[in-house]
Design a protein around this ligand. Structure first.
Ligand SMILES: C[S@@+](CC[C@H](N)C(=O)[O-])C[C@H]1O[C@@H](n2cnc3c(N)ncnc32)[C@H](O)[C@@H]1O
Length: 341
């Protein structure tokens, strides 16, 4: 037997143009070594593979009115873009607790923030659903905090990685779970759902106008991949190509919301929110579609009426034309804030 260990396989080289496949974009996946490539990708209005461009950053910081020494929660840590800037504002002496339900991305983000110099005193990462924010706070030894940020929905790392099964543009297993260790995959959920329940989800989660006909055709069926589901929707919708694409997008959104029980979690979070803030404490919530924004708006208004909040944003704050150009994913974002009475 030879004691020579086999050579590791050679990594594919960038050949002229950037690679197209998510998993081949090794420079984008390693921004610390390829900062120039990553900067070029961002400047071209794209999100580098395996990362996330934070949305409405200055507006979130402005809404939270952070000061050194404050303690708060980022309920949706994601890539840690908002968290890194928040942590800079809290030093010296402050503390950020970062939650995320994604067990795949959370350790990577924790490591990135540690490498950026934020130690365990300044930053704690907790894998948790934000529905349980009150429990997390008490486990961390706090009853209430100075600020809470929630940037709802999925991260670009989740959307863009075909193996997570969120995107109708790339072939992947039909999964869509932010926490793949919990609940049913999108494929299993669709295979078990009735047409009536699916039509309801398509209406309520995505305002899909063809909910009934799409639900009748796809409920209870087995789709192995994202592209199979997208193709099945395309066959049903008789419209121009842009309209068809919109329906595919809405079906994926509705199924994703259902599989991750996003509205159940959001409602629980909004109920818990006032009690988790100190008097004068501030919350900022970013939403990305009307179903989320309606819930946030109604809950903040109700908590203002019953005296739990002393002020809430009168109008939604949206991305500037410049931000939309630089990061098209910011276009649907709406920011609302509230101040604890
Ligand atoms: C839009 S991204 C946040 C991006 C982040 N602000 C940044 O700057 O990188 C949303 C993140 O929230 C997480 N998330 C979504 N719903 C959640 C929930 N109910 N509980 C905890 N985390 C959740 C997702 O896994 C995802 O990482």
């Amino acid at each position: 037997m030879s004691d020579e260990s086999p050579r590791p396989p050679r990594r594919k080289r960038y050949s002229g143009k950037n690679p197209r496949r998510f998993e081949d974009k090794y420079k984008e996946h390693d921004p610390s070594r390829h900062a120039e490539t990553v900067a070029k990708v961002i400047a071209s209005g794209k999100t580098p593979a395996g990362s996330h461009v934070p949305v409405l950053m200055e507006e979130c910081l402005d809404a939270l009115k952070l000061e050194p020494g404050m303690i708060g929660v980022d309920c949706t840590l994601g890539y840690g873009g908002h968290a890194a800037r928040i942590l800079e504002s809290l030093a010296p002496g402050g503390k950020l607790i970062g939650l995320d339900q994604d067990p795949i991305e959370l350790p990577k983000t924790e490591q990135r923030l540690r490498m950026a110099g934020f130690d365990a005193e300044a930053f704690t990462a907790v894998r948790s659903n934000y529905a349980g924010i009150a429990k997390v706070l008490s486990e961390q030894g706090f009853q209430d905090v100075d600020f809470i940020l929630a940037d709802l929905g999925c991260s670009s790392m989740q959307f863009d990685d075909p193996s997570r099964g969120f995107s109708f543009k790339n072939a992947g297993p039909l999964d869509m779970r932010m926490n793949p260790n919990r609940g049913l995959s999108a494929a299993d959920w669709l295979a078990r759902i009735t047409p009536e329940k699916l039509a309801e989800a398509l209406h309520h989660h995505a305002d899909e106008p063809r909910a009934e006909s799409i639900a009748t055709a796809i409920a209870g069926k087995t789709f192995r991949s994202t592209l199979e589901l997208a193709a099945a929707v395309r066959v049903i919708v008789r419209a121009d190509p842009d309209e068809i694409d919109l329906s595919v997008r809405r079906v994926f959104q509705a199924v994703r919301i259902a599989v991750n029980e996003e509205f159940v979690a959001l409602d629980a979070f909004l109920r818990a929110l006032p009690a988790c803030l100190k008097p004068g404490g501030r919350a900022a919530i970013l939403t990305f579609h009307s179903g989320e924004d309606r819930r946030v708006k109604k809950n903040l208004q109700a908590a203002l009426r019953d005296g739990q909040f002393s002020a809430i944003s009168e109008n939604v704050i949206t991305a500037s034309p410049e931000e939309r150009r630089m990061n098209p994913r910011s276009a649907p974002a709406k920011l609302r804030w509230a101040v604890r009475a």
